[in-house]
Design a protein around this ligand. Sequence first.
Ligand code: ADP
Length: 490
Amino acid sequence: MQVLSVASEVYPLVKTGGLADVAGALPLALKSHGVSVKTLMPGYPAVMRVIEDPKVIYSFESLLGAKADLLSVHHQGLDLLVLDSPTFFDRPGGPYADATGKDHFDNWRRFAALSKAGAMIAQGILARGASEGQDEGWRPDVVHVHDWQAAMVPAYMRYSRAPEIPTLITIHNIAFQGQYGADIFPYLEMPPHAYGIEGVEYFGGVGYLKAGLQTSWAISTVSPSYAEEILTPEFGMGLEGLLNLRQGDLHGIVNGIDADVWDPAKDHSVKAHYTAATLKSRADNKKAVAERFGLDQDDGPLFCVISRLTWQKGMDMLAACTDELVAQGARLAVLGSGDKALENAFHTAAARHPGRVKVLSVYDEPLSHLMQAGSDAIVIPSRFEPCGLTQLYGLRYGCVPVVARTGGLNDTVIDASHAALAAKAATGIAFGPITTDNLRRALRRAVKLYHEPKIWTALQKQGMKSDVSWEKSAGLYADLYKTLLAKKGS
Ligand code: ADP
């Protein structure tokens, strides 16, 4: 089976969050299920710099007003279709925002262009257009798009004379919806009737994610709990009505992790390799983390955070707990950036507690690996969390997750209750309802358990046994693709 995946970020080429990890790892995991994936992504400077031997396989004279080439690229096991359009993608800053953090002014056009290119590939431009190379004749059986940046693919397909091809949209975070004014509609190159409640219209404007949810054959999100949560006004962020109508087509499939990239027995970024049988070696990594963060060296617990510093991630609650955490002899290493007020809250806590709290506001992938390998616990007090990946890395690395009971955190971490400990099932510490007081209690519980080495080691070992690989989930995606294909035939 041939699948076209469309995503705005793909690890290891460009990453701002979990979406990239999924878009980079799922195609590899699907191979053993007989599914081969080509991934369409934008040709940002960071992508164009590293790709080798790109072949132009199609040229758009005008893709929403700009020239663009489609490049076929093979990169670290991934089959990529890179949309090379300097007008849209060759600029400083990140994938979505400039260096000052301000959204690129034309994101609506950039990601509509990406989506239109995806729809045209689904319509068979590579089947007709290519004159040489292995992509000649290529046409997907299923189209799988990710988040709002690619959500217009199924809408473009719906409003063109495309052959009927099954589509799946995956929601990685419903908080990001790509909502714009009605004034952009004339520039989207869609027929007038697309601007309606059955199409791209959303609260009097244009909603990209809404359009995708409306026009895709099926919808999935990245954990069963989040699939239920987004049906409620509290989590649905305005889309719960539409999602309730489409409940029969809504699936929750938990993310896996790339177990080769994230393997404490051979990770290049850690100081000392280890397995569940050699957990003591983590001590060298712990020392290295403390050193990198300029924290004291001692035997107390070292907590870490690897996260966007935002309200969603509950970082305001954690910042409010730092004094008590320090009073209990713990240290806290924070890697992340985001809201300036939250960054400042951690910087202020660090100034109050030199040697005990430190925040590094940079994006540092190797350091994130070292932190999972050396910290005792990772704190993830998210108010909502579609899946969450850092708790999965934590489980694999024996870095005990302390999590809020929500979404994918709820589905992947088993709380150290008496019953779960007795059944040797516990893998972390979970708290709810999600309040600062309950987080404070959870942290206190974590410190207490840390000082009971037998229990703590059992938690680490049980976590390391958890199946966090893509194997099972990739099988679920493959089954879903097959179900959609069968619908096409029926
Ligand atoms: P989200 O996608 O909502 O940001 P996830 O937990 O799903 O949250 O994914 C976050 C990913 O980004 C993880 O792979 C995490 O390790 C990584 N990450 C977050 N902040 C940083 C940072 N400052 N440096 C390195 N990696 C980071």
